[in-house]
Design a binder for this molecule. Structure first.
Ligand code: RP5
Length: 161
C-alpha cells in the first residue's frame, strides 16, 4: 500500500527524534514515507513535496525541525493537508527556539505542534494515526487497544514501594 503519512525532517541529525514517529506508525501498520526535506537547504524540494502531497495520496504530514524551525509552517502554507510540527531539541536553546518557531503560526495557516523532542515525535505519530483513524475504523480500533494496554499496565504495575 502506498504511503498515507509523510514524515519529513530538516536534517539527518533529526532522525533519532523523528524515528519515534515512524516507530508508532510501524506498530500500527500505517504506510508512511520518510525523507529529509529542508526549508533552507532544499527550498524547491520542500515546495514540490508539499504541493504534490495531496495528489500523491498523503493524508497528513509530520514535519520535524530544530532551531529556526520554519519547515512545518512553510510546508503547511503549500498544502491543505493537516501538518503536525515536531520541535527537535536544539543544542543552543534546548528546543525552546524550535517550539516557538513552530507553534506561533499566525492565524490562517495551522500547524498542530507537539512537545519538544522524542515525546513529541511519538505523539506526532499517534496524532497522525488518530487522524487516519477518523476514517479508518481498523486503525481506530488499534489505537483504542493501545490505550487499553497503557491503562492496564499502570493498573498492573502502579504499586509503590
Ligand atoms: C534544522 O537545523 C534541522 O531540522 C536540524 O534540527 C538543525 C540542525 O541541522 P544540522 O546542522 O544538524 O544538519 O535545519
Amino acid at each position: 500500500m502506498s504511503a498515507i503519512v509523510g514524515i519529513i525532517m530538516g536534517s539527518t541529525s533529526d532522525w533519532d527524534t523523528m524515528k519515534k514517529a515512524c516507530d508508532v506508525l510501524d506498530e500500527l501498520a500505517i504506510p508512511y514515507e520518510k525523507k529529509v526535506v529542508s526549508a533552507h537547504r532544499t527550498p524547491d524540494l520542500m515546495f514540490e513535496y508539499a504541493a504534490t502531497a495531496v495528489e500523491r495520496g498523503l493524508k497528513v504530514i509530520i514535519a520535524g525541525a530544530g532551531g529556526a524551525a520554519h519547515l512545518p509552517g512553510m510546508v503547511a502554507s503549500k498544502t491543505v493537508l493537516p501538518v503536525i510540527g515536531v520541535p527537535v531539541q536544539s543544542k543552543a536553546l534546548n528546543g525552546l527556539d524550535s517550539l516557538l518557531s513552530i507553534v506561533q503560526m499566525p492565524g490562517g495557516i495551522p500547524v498542530a505542534t507537539v512537545a519538544i523532542g522524542a515525546a513529541g515525535a511519538t505523539n506526532a505519530g499517534l496524532l497522525a494515526a488518530q487522524m487516519i483513524g477518523s476514517f479508518d475504523s481498523g486503525v481506530q480500533a488499534k489505537i483504542a487497544a493501545r490505550r487499553a494496554r497503557i491503562t492496564q499496565d499502570v493498573l498492573d504495575n502502579g504499586e509503590l514501594p
